[in-house]
Ligand binder design. Sequence first.
Ligand code: ATP
Ligand code: MG
Length: 506
Amino acid sequence: MILDFIRRLLGRSPASDSPAAAGSSTTSAPSPAARSASTSSGPAGPRVWRGSELGIRREQISSAAIRTCETLQRGGYKAFVVGGGVRDSLLGLQPKDFDVATDATPEDVQALFRRARIIGRRFKIVHVMFGRETIETSTFRALQTDAETDEHGRVLRDNVFGTQHEDALRRDFTVNALYYDPIADQVLDYLGGVADLKARVLRMIGDPATRYREDPVRMLRTVRFAAKLQFDVDAATLAPIRSLADLIENVPSARLFDEMLKLLESGHALACLHKLRDEGLHHGVLPMLDVILEQPHGARFVEVALNQTDERVRAGKSVSPGFLFATLLWQRVSDRWQARKAQGEHSIPALMEAMDSVLDEQAAKLAIQRRHIADMREIWGLQPRLERTGRAAVRVIEHLRFRAGYDFMLLRVQAGELPEELGQWWTDFVEGDPTAREALLQAAASEPRGGGSGTRRRRRRSGARRGARPDAAESDGAVDDAPAAPAQSDAAGGPSAGNPVGRPAD
Ligand code: ATP
Ligand code: MG
């Protein structure tokens, strides 16, 4: 506290160089500052608000973020919580993570903390670690007007340190450019972010078209924040997206993956996907989204899956990226799988071919990480085995990814793709004690081949197999119904218990 006071006297506190520092501010006009931001980086100081008067409670801010700011300030530097941590706290939402911005260089930051690691090639940031929490700490930086760009205007390098005001200007939305000092309980607002937050408007800082060209990922961020925060998008911010949507294709695919994942894990995935499609943004990200959302059947499956994902996220539970992408791409995989089987291919190789072709197609747009691809393959690969009831369930249930495969199968049931009795049989089996399980196995064995699932009967009725080899229908685990012969599926080139798709994950 004393140090804080001395710093204030010496003019180190950000509030002291602000014309509006004299107390809490009232609502500012919708930010003309934000609109002219790309050209103005003049001396105008921030408006300063008392955090508590805006509704920020210190308890909402992670103690790790507060300690990071305290240590930096004690070292003589400016330090603020920025971005989503401030925005969400002001909105009464639980922030996902906390970032800190400072005028200390990465080396300065590292020197002040026991557990801090400098990361990043283009622009160094510091991960300050407290227990399991990591606070991403970055030095104020400027967006140069003469930054190196590609031929479409995408900024390739923005690695120049800048003032705090410049740091605000290079951020994306006014509501993302608020700085909270948890020690002084002050919010610094250079661009009218507080007014926009109160009006629930998402407004791009500077000229929106230029900002989208600099970094097309911002278009995805507009969609995500509008859906997540349920904000109106300022008309000028929305307008250029449709015509610039194709620029998404120039973004490195690993970066796209990160942003897409944030979008899918926002708790508003379904709304985001619809909005992506409305704005024509999906071509460069999920080219099959048209197919996914347009086919009545596919739409149902994706809707069921994403609604469930959104519910999980909102309940604070984790979702697995592999599972998420497996649901998004399933319709395509399933269509191709069925088509190949209809041409007489064995079920398992047909499924593998279908998976490969869909994953190859998708990889050209969005680099889904290998470990997630491995999960997707396993989840999909378990499906034929889960379409059967019977003795082989004993082995299937021991599979490492059984739970994900089973949850996925239940989604298919909910979407009307598989019969309800099948889902029920598996649920009873999963939840049953050994006696109950044995009874279920006996019951499945005594039913006509195809057991309680009804899937095989359904497919036959659909006529999809006409012309198929007579044994093709049995190749994807039909042995599951035959109590004594579980190994046949392996012998037939089918799955083994440890590797349901019968091939090493890539
Ligand atoms: P959340 O973490 O809740 O998804 P966030 O706003 O914190 O939202 P991050 O991706 O964590 O989003 O980024 C932190 C901050 O960095 C943002 O609030 C914004 O100020 C800035 N930022 C992130 N990405 C961009 C970008 N592409 N262009 C400009 N500024 C960005
Ligand atoms: Mg964040």
